[in-house]
Design a protein around this ligand. Sequence first.
Ligand code: ADP
Ligand code: MG
Length: 734
Amino acid sequence: MDLSLPIEKLKNVGARNLPRLHKLGIKTLRDLLWHIPARYEDYSQIIPIADLVPDQKATVQGTVVKISSRRIFPRRLVIIEAIIEDDSDTIKAVWFNQPYIATTLVEGTRVSLAGTVKLDKRGLYLASPSYEKLHTDDYFAYHLTHTHGLIPVYPETEGVSSKYLRFLIKPIISELVIEDHLSEESRMRNGLIDLTTALQKIHYPLTLAEAEQAKERLAFDDLLLFQIKALLERRKINQLKSPAIPFDKELVTDFIRHLPFELTKDQKIAAWEILKDLERPYPMNRLMEGDVGSGKTVVALIAAIQTAQDGYQTVFMAPTEVLAHQHMETIRKLVAHTNIEVGLLTSSTAWTTYSLGKKPEIKKRIARGDTKIIIGTHAILQKDVEFNNLALVVIDEQHRFGVAQRAALVKNKELVPHLLSMTATPIPRTLALTIYGDLDISIIKEKPKNRQKIITRIVPPSGRQEAHQFIRSEAKASRQVFVICPRIEVSTVTATGTLPLSPSSGGGPSGGTAGTGSPGLGREGKVSVAKQQKLALAQDMKAVQEEYKKLSELVFPDLKVGMLHGKMKPKEKTEIMNRFKEGFTDILVSTSVIEVGIDIPNATVMMIENADHFGLAQLHQFRGRIGRGEHQSTCLLFTSGAEKTSNQRLKALVTTDDGFLLAEKDMAIRGPGEFFGTGQSGLPDLAMAALANVELIKKSRAEARLILTEDQNLTNHPELKQQLLRFQSIIHFE
Ligand code: ADP
Ligand code: MG
C-alpha cells in the first residue's frame, strides 16, 4: 500500500471534497490514516428495543416494517418516520429533511440504527439516528461503519463530517497491510503492537483498551522519531568546532571566594558541568533550568569569567531591555574586583565599565575585543554588532538558539560559539529530554539560603477589602506592590482557540492554552499567529488600563499607581520599570507578559487578579518576583470565588514553593499539550499527549539510541529515514 498516494486518487474523494480535506491537513493516504479520532461514540451494545429507556444512546438492529415521509408546509419541513422491529418490540425512528431515507430504507430492509432515545406523548422514538443497512445475516456483525461498536468521531471541518471520514477510512482500514518500520524484535522489546493493527484499532477498536494500545504505538513512533532527530542533531553539533577553554580551577575558586554569598550546591554542580563543556573543542549546547531567584546568572557568569580569562568574549542576551539592565547591574558588581570589561548595549543605552562613550565607541570596543562580557537584548546583538572573538552565548528565557543563529554572530564561521540557555520554567527532566533532547541539562533546585518564605493567600471576593487594606499598609511602610491582571478575552480570538498567556519571548510552558483539541482549528490558528499576538497585546492593554483606572481612582487614590503593558514602546517600559525600581511608584499594574526575571527587593506584595485564569507554573513565576529582599513578602491570589475546583488547584501554590513539583502538578491538571502550548514543542498531538507517559519516553529514547548505534545513517531503516524527513518538515526547531 502506497502511503504517499494523493488523496484525490481515492475513488470517494471528489473535486468538491478535496480542498476541504486539504484544509484538515489530509493530502495523502498517510495523512488520512493518521487522522486520529478525537474520541469514540460507544455503540458497542446492541439493545433489544423492549429494553430502551429515554435519553439512552443506543444501537438497535431490526427490520424496517413501515416507512413514510410527510411534508409540513408552513415550515417546508419533511419528516421521515420508520417503524423498526426486532424480536422484542418495535420503535419509531424520526428524521427531518432527508427524504432520500424513505427510498433507501424501504420496507423489509434490515438496518442498524444508532442514536439517542427520546420520549414524547406517543412514546419512545429514535431521534435522527445514524443508520446502516445490514447486508449479512449476522445481526451482530462487529464494526459497522457508523452504528455499531466504538464509532470514531474525527476532528472535522466544514463539509468534512465524521460520517464522511468514516466512509473514506473504513474500507481502507479493513484491507490494510503496511510494512512496519519497527522490527518485531523492537516491538517485543517495547511491548508494542504492529503498525497495521495499530492503525486498524485506532480507527475501529473493539474496546477502549484497544484504542489505548493503538495510541501508545503511534505515539511511540512519533516520540522515537523525535528522539532520533535530537540525537542526529547532537551528533551534527558534536562534529562542529568551538574554542576549547580550559578549566582553570584556581581562577574559578578565587572568583567564587570573592562572591558576596555562598553558592548553593546545585549552583556549584551546574557551574562545574558548564566549565567541563567549555573545555571541549565542540560546541556546548546546554540548558540551565532553575526556579526564579535560584541564581542562574552568577553560574553563567562563572563561565563568562573563565572565557574572558582565555581572552574570549561572552554575550548575555536578555529578552527585554529591563532584564538586560538588570544583568548589567548584577554582573558589574560581581566582577568589580577583576579587570574584566563589561558592556551594556540596548536600543537606548550603551556603556561599558571602562567607557561611557556613545554607541559607535562602545561597538568599536566590542569589535576590538576590549569588552569581554557584553550584555544586551536579542534584537540589538543579533542585528548590528561585530564581535572580536565570541566564544560563549548565554541566553535568558529562550530555550533554543540554533547553530546557524550562533554562527551568524561570529566572523570566523569555523568556530561556533558555545551556548548556554537559561530558563526559569521548571520542566521535569524526562520531559526536557524529549522536548529538548538535543540539549544537555543542568538543574538548579536548591534556593539560596538567605531566601525567606513567601506567604501565599487565596483571597475570595469577600476578602478583597481586607487585602486592599493590607496593601495600603505595606505601601505606607514604603514597600511596593505588583498587580498582575489576566487578559480580557475578546470573542474574535476565542473562536480559533484561546491564546497563550505565556511571555511573548516564547519558549517553555505557556500559562494559557493553545487549540490542541481540534487539529483543524489548530492549523488554521497558526496561520494568523502574528495577528493573534497583536490582538492579545491589545487585550492585555485593555485589562491593564481598566485595572489601573480602578486602583488609581477608586481603591488607592492616595498612592502612586503605575502601569505597564506590552503595547508600550521599549523606552517607555524601561522608564516605568525604572521608576518602580527606584521606589517612585507604590503599585505597578501590569500584564502577564512583563519581565520574568525582574529583581526588585523592595517589592513585597504580588497581587494577582483572577488568579484562576493562570496556570500553576505561571503563577509560581509571578510569585518569584517578590521575596527577594529582607522583608516578609506576601502573594495574594484573588479569585472570583465561583469555582471550587480552581481553588483546589490554587491551594497547591499555598502549600509548596517547589517549582518543579508545581510544574508536574500543572501538567497533570492541564495535560502536556496545554502545559507546553502546541507550537512550542513541534510535537504532534499524539506524542504530546504521551508526554505524561514517562515510561514510553524512556523506551523511545533507548530505542532511538539503539537504532542509531547499530545503523548510523539509517541505511537499514529506509522507512524510518523517510519518515524522519517527513517528520522534520513539520517540526520547526529554529
Ligand atoms: P535567576 O535564577 O532568577 O536568574 P538571579 O541570577 O537573578 O536568579 O539571582 C537572583 C539574586 O540572587 C541575585 O541578586 C543574585 O546575586 C543572588 N544570588 C545568586 N546566588 C546566590 C546565593 N547562592 N546566595 C545568595 N544570593 C544569591
Ligand atoms: Mg534570571
